[in-house]
Design a binder for this molecule. Structure first.
Ligand SMILES: *Cc1c(COP(=O)(O)O)cnc(C)c1O
Ligand SMILES: [Zn+2]
Length: 427
C-alpha cells in the first residue's frame, strides 16, 4: 500500500522493506518482533478524523487508510470484508456507578467481548487473514490459549480459508468448542501454551503454513491497534465534539497482559494517532498481570528489558504464559508512557469479574476482568487522580469460561416448586 513503508526491528532497529522479511528480524532467533512502519504523510493526505468519523462502516475497516494492506484500497474488497467480518467498533460504556464506587469521575469500560468470536483477538485475526489473502497463503496456523485460535478459526470460516490451531489441552471447553465448530483443524497439545507456540513455529516452517502466532506475526499488532483508534474516536463522539476535527485520548488505559501483544498494539495505535496529530497526548498505559504469570511486570519493576520466564499458574488462562512473546514491547509500552504494571491475585480477578458484571453489566472472562482488578488495586494504592479519564479494556467474554464464572458468582439455590420454599429461600 502507498502507506506501508516496511518493518523496523524492535530490538536492533534494523529496517526491512515490505517484501524482505515475513515475520521477525533474523538477528534474534524467533524473538525479534518488528514494528510496521507507516507513511504518515501519505495517510494524512488520504484521510482525516472527519473523513473517518463520517464512515458508516461500524467495524475496524473504517480505519482502512491506517492499515498496511494494499487490498483495502479496493472498495469492493473492503465491502466484502466488512460484510464477512464485523470486527471491532465495540461499545465504550461510561461506567458511572462503577466509577463512583471507586471514587472516580470518568471511567469507561470498552467491551471487546462483543466481537464476533467474543474476544479482542478478532482484531488481530481479521488483519492477519486479510494479509494472508494479499500474499496468497491458503493455510494459516496459530498457537493459542483458545481465543486467538477461535478468532482465527472464525475468520477463516468467514473467508473460506483453512486454519490449523495448536492449543494446550487444558484450554476451557467453550473455546475448544468454538475451534471445532468453525471447522478448524484442532491439535490439542499435551503441554502448555509456550510449548504449543514453539510447535506451531516448527510446523509452519515444515509445512509452509502462514503463521499467525502472536507478536511473531507483525500484523497482529496492526490489528490490535484499532482498539486505541476506537477509544479516541468514541471519546470524541461522547464529548459531542462536532464536527470531529480531533479525536480525544484518555489519561489512562488498563490492559491485561499475557504475551504483551495487546498492550503493544494499543500503544502502536496511540503512537499512530499522535504522529498524525489526531490526538494531543499519549495516555499512560497500565499493564495488569496475574501474580501467577507476571514476567512483564517483573521486568518493568527491575527496570530491565530482559524478560525472565516464569512457571505460569493462574485462573486467567488467556494470560497464562511462561515467556511473553511480546515482552520487550509490553515493558516499553508502560515505561515510555509513564504508566505502571499492577499485579493482582486470582481472588482479586474473581472479585473484578463480579464488579464488572454488577457495576456495568459486562460479563468478562478472568483475563478480561484482570484489567479491572488492576484498576481497583491502583485506586486503592492512590495511583490515580479522581479527575482522570480512565478506560478499562475488557478483552474476553465470560461465556467462554463458565467454570470460572461459577467460581466467581457462586451456585444458585434449588427449591421445591412451592411458595413455602420461596419464603424459606428469601429469608
Ligand atoms: C490474549 C488475551 C489477553 C492478553 O493479550 P496478550 O497479547 O497475550 O498480552 C488478555 N485477555 C484475553 C481475554 C485474551 O484472550
Ligand atoms: Zn533486529
Amino acid at each position: 500500500m502507498a502507506n506501508f513503508l516496511g518493518y523496523k526491528c524492535s530490538l536492533c532497529g534494523a529496517d526491512y522493506a515490505p517484501d524482505q522479511i515475513q515475520y521477525v528480524c533474523p538477528h534474534h532467533g524467533d524473538m525479534g518482533n518488528v514494528d510496521v512502519a507507516l507513511d504518515y504523510a501519505a495517510i494524512k493526505k488520504a484521510a482525516s478524523p472527519e473523513s473517518i468519523s463520517s464512515s458508516r462502516d461500524n467495524s475496524i475497516w473504517r480505519y482502512a487508510p491506517l492499515l498496511p494492506l494494499d487490498l483495502l484500497l479496493d472498495l469492493r474488497v473492503l465491502k466484502e470484508l466488512g460484510d464477512l467480518m464485523r470486527v471491532g467498533w465495540t461499545p465504550l460504556y461510561h461506567a458511572d456507578r462503577l466509577a463512583s464506587s471507586l471514587g472516580l469521575k470518568n471511567l469507561f469500560v470498552k467491551d471487546d467481548g462483543r466481537n464476533p468470536t467474543a474476544s479482542f483477538k478478532d482484531r488481530a485475526s481479521a488483519i492477519v487473514v486479510a494479509r494472508s489473502k494479499e500474499i496468497n497463503a491458503p493455510v494459516i496456523a496459530a498457537a493459542s490459549t483458545g481465543n486467538a485460535g477461535a478468532a482465527l478459526a472464525g475468520m477463516a470460516a468467514a473467508t473460506g480459508m483453512k486454519a490449523i490451531i495448536f492449543a494446550p489441552k487444558t484450554a476451557p471447553q467453550a473455546k475448544v468448542a468454538q475451534l471445532l465448530m468453525f471447522g478448524a483443524k484442532v491439535l490439542l497439545v499435551n503441554g502448555n501454551y509456550d510449548q504449543a507456540f514453539d510447535l506451531t513455529l516448527q510446523a509452519s516452517r515444515e509445512f509452509g503454513w502462514y503463521c499467525r502466532n502472536t507478536g511473531y506475526n507483525p500484523f497482529t499488532v496492526e490489528g490490535k491497534k484499532t482498539a486505541a483508534y476506537e477509544i479516541c474516536e468514541q471519546l470524541a463522539i461522547s464529548n459531542l465534539q462536532s464536527p470531529i476535527s480531533k479525536w480525544h485520548a484518555p489519561d489512562r488505559v488498563f490492559v491485561s497482559v499475557g504475551d504483551g501483544n495487546i498492550i503493544s498494539g494499543i500503544w502502536k495505535g496511540f503512537k499512530d494517532l499522535l504522529a498524525l496529530g489526531w490526538i494531543d497526548k499519549m495516555p499512560k498505559l497500565m499493564g495488569v498481570q496475574s501474580e501467577g504469570s507476571a514476567a512483564c511486570a517483573n521486568a518493568w519493576k527491575a527496570n530491565t528489558e530482559t524478560i525472565t520466564p516464569v512457571v505460569a499458574n493462574t485462573i486467567a488462562d488467556s494470560i497464562s504464559v511462561d515467556l511473553p512473546r511480546d515482552g520487550v514491547r509490553a515493558v516499553r509500552a508502560v515505561r515510555e508512557t509513564n504508566g505502571a504494571y499492577v499485579v493482582v491475585s486470582d481472588d482479586e480477578i474473581l472479585a473484578a469479574m463480579r464488579d464488572l458484571a454488577r457495576g456495568v453489566a459486562v460479563f468478562a472472562e478472568p483475563a478480561g476482568a484482570t484489567a479491572h482488578a488492576g484498576l481497583t488495586k491502583a485506586v486503592k494504592e492512590k495511583m490515580i487522580d479522581e479527575n482522570e479519564t480512565v478506560v478499562v479494556m475488557n478483552t474476553g467474554n465470560g461465556l467462554k469460561d463458565v467454570k470460572s464464572a461459577m467460581q466467581a458468582a457462586g451456585e444458585a439455590v434449588v427449591i421445591e416448586p412451592d411458595l413455602q420454599a420461596v419464603k424459606r429461600a428469601l429469608s
